[in-house]
Design a protein around this ligand. Structure first.
Ligand code: ADP
Length: 619
């Protein structure tokens, strides 16, 4: 049933009570009305007939008296008129017998009237004077009285009945009154009760539904509205249940996926052997992997300051890398193994090299930072071993090489006796090789010295021309041998610089040596020095064979030599140059194209107030 039907049904009891009440009222009022009518019909007509009969009897009596008094003519006319009327009234009464005993009384009246009529006829027939009078008093007057009495008894009978019936009618109408009041009250109570209960039943689903809606609002998605039936509310409840079911499914599925994704990412970073920490945009630690918990004692449970229990050196490194990445400077790459930080662990010291990468948000902004501390303990140990070995070997080679070279030199020059031309050729070749070997050993010693001392610089103010000239003069003989011209261009802004002269000279020397070695005759090697704000920039440009792009990234590596490079080096020159430039805080690089020559450049920072072109400094 529809909701409208239910609401209408709820009104039905009241309407029904009203209809019932109406029917009862119509019926009872009809009955009362009929009772009144009955009184009129049954008794009033008899009363009227008897009153008229009595009156007509009186008139007949007076007619008889007229005759006795000698007015015979007048008396006869009058009695004839009354006699007909009396007959009519008597007939009317005989047709309207309604009360018990009335039939008997009417029969007596009929008989009395019959006797009176006969007696009157006899009276009329007497013509002799005095006889009329005698008959009147002896026969007619008693018969008159008897008839009148009979009529009076019927009149009484009917009048009594009227009084009785009207009393009964009064009582009945009083009962009807009481009945109507009771019926109204009962109908009102029953109708109201039934309506209220039906309304309540009709609206109960609404309250069930509203309760369910409230609980969903409080977050309970498991709730369902149970409403039976086919009406609008039941339909609404079904739709509501479908909606909450979908919501629940959605919540479960999205939550499940999220949990799964989180577990997967946690498993991924846990599987990394190196410690990993993830920081939020505000710098708070968001996540760590197991390696970080074990090795660094980083933990999320530490609350506000997650780095509190971490060793100070590690903490400093973590904060530096985090600051770099969150500061928007992009990924953090370490410069070398020397940046590795030492962590004491139960199985011995470990060296961890920090790297950082930004976590980008939807709009490309940095919303976090991932810091990985790569375990480079073994690599570092290898590196140290190699350096030690190289340093020892170079050191041990140096003295024997010097005496070897000296001995060969003395033999070749014929100081210890004459040598043949062929012997002299061999000895010269041996001396050349010896010198090349000594160059390599010198490079190795430079390198090991640079690394062992962690490069403490001895910064001095020095004329740039002096430095450049020194570097060029060391290679002038070799350049002339190859037919390569050496040039220099020093900008007036960079006539004096503040650097470690010995080290920068070594850099320049290495670059010039490479330039000369890789440039064919008729070529040129130029050293340029210029100034760029707070930096001095050196360029060593040659017109040689150039370097293919894929090699350019590698030539600065230690011991790297390009395939097919001319004999003479050990792949250390550029590596040493890079170490020295970086120790100064500068950068080194190459611009080259195969066949077009190469330009090696490096920059070194300069104190700005020492700039010769700076002019008077502002107050
Ligand atoms: P080496 O002492 O063997 O020259 P370097 O470290 O100085 O070692 O150089 C590494 C490699 O870079 C060389 O083997 C060479 O192939 C390449 N290279 C260096 N300078 C130049 C240059 N000016 N032109 C072309 N190739 C060069």
């Amino acid at each position: 049933m529809t909701l409208r039907g239910r609401v209408l049904l709820a009104q039905a009891p009241l309407a029904l009570a009203l209809v019932l009440l109406g029917v009862v009222a119509v019926l009872t009022l009809g009955r009362v009305g009929r009772a009144g009518q009955e009184i009129l019909q049954d008794n009033y007509r008899s009363v009227l007939a008897m009153q008229r009969m009595t009156e007509q009897l009186e008139r007949m009596d007076s007619a008889a008296l007229f005759i006795v008094a000698g007015e015979r003519q007048r008396g006869e006319v009058q009695q004839a008129v009354q006699r007909a009327r009396l007959e009519a009234e008597l007939q009317a009464q005989e047709k309207n017998i309604t009360e018990p005993g009335e039939a008997e009384a009417t029969r007596r009246l009929h008989e009395a009237w019959g006797r009176y009529r006969e007696s009157f006829d006899t009276f009329l027939a007497r013509r002799e004077p005095g006889a009329e009078r005698e008959h009147y008093f002896q026969a007619l007057a008693p018969a008159f009285q008897e008839t009148k009495d009979a009529a009076a008894s019927i009149l009484d009978l009917n009048q009594d009945a009227m009084v009785r019936k009207s009393e009964a009618l009064r009582q009945q109408s009083q009962r009807v009154n009481t009945l109507m009041v009771t019926a109204v009250l009962a109908a009102f109570v029953v109708g109201l009760f039934a309506s209220a209960s039906l309304t309540h039943r009709a609206l109960r689903p609404v309250s069930v539904l509203s309760q369910a809606v409230r609980r969903v609002g409080q977050g309970d998605l498991a709730v369902r509205a149970v409403v039976e039936g086919q009406d609008e509310i039941a339909q609404l409840s079904q739709d509501f249940n479908t909606m909450t079911e979908r919501l629940e499914q959605y919540q479960q599925s999205s939550l499940g996926e999220l949990l799964q994704a989180q577990a997967a990412s946690q498993a991924a970073i846990d599987s990394l052997p190196d410690p990993v920490g993830v920081f939020g945009a505000g710098g708070a630690l968001l996540n760590v992997n197991r390696a970080a918990e074990d090795a660094l004692r980083l933990s999320l449970e530490a609350g506000g300051d997650a780095l509190a229990r971490v060793e100070p050196e590690v903490r400093e490194v973590l904060e530096r890398v985090r600051g770099h990445v969150l500061g928007g400077k992009g990924p953090y790459q370490p410069r070398g193994y020397e940046e590795a930080v030492r962590v004491t662990a139960s199985e011995g010291d470990r060296w961890l090299l920090p790297r950082g990468s930004p976590v980008y948000g939807e709009r490309g902004d940095v919303v976090g930072a991932t810091v990985i501390l790569q375990d480079v303990t073994r690599l570092r140990r290898f590196d140290e071993l190699k350096n030690d070995l190289v340093a020892t070997v170079a050191h041990e080679f140096r003295t024997p090489l010097t005496s070897l070279r000296m001995a060969i030199h003395l033999c070749a020059e014929g100081v210890v006796g004459p040598v043949t031309e062929k012997q002299a050729d061999l000895l010269f070749a041996a001396r050349e090789d010896c010198e090349r070997l000594q160059g390599i050993v010198d490079d190795l010693l430079d390198l090991s010295r640079i690394q062992a001392g962690r490069l403490t610089l001895n910064i001095q103010k020095i004329p740039t021309g002096f430095l450049v000239e020194h570097a060029l003069s060391a290679h002038r003989v070799a350049a002339e041998d190859r037919g390569v011209r050496l040039d220099q261009e020093i900008s007036p802004e960079a006539e004096e610089i503040e650097v470690d002269p010995d080290r920068v000279q070594l850099v320049l020397s290495n670059l010039v040596a490479n330039g000369v070695r890789h440039t064919p005759s008729e070529g040129q090697v130029t050293v340029r020095v210029g100034r760029e704000g707070g930096w001095v920039r050196f360029e060593v440009k040659d017109t040689g064979e150039g370097i293919p792009p894929e090699e350019q990234a590698r030539i600065f590596e230690k011991f790297y030599r390009a395939p097919g490079a001319p004999a003479g080096g050990a792949g250390l020159g550029l590596s040493i140059a890079r170490d020295i430039v970086q120790a100064h805080g500068g950068e080194i690089g190459v611009v080259s194209e195969p066949g077009q020559g190469s330009t090696f450049w490096f920059t070194l920072p300069q104190p700005t107030d020492s700039s010769p072109s700076g002019g008077p400094s502002a107050v």
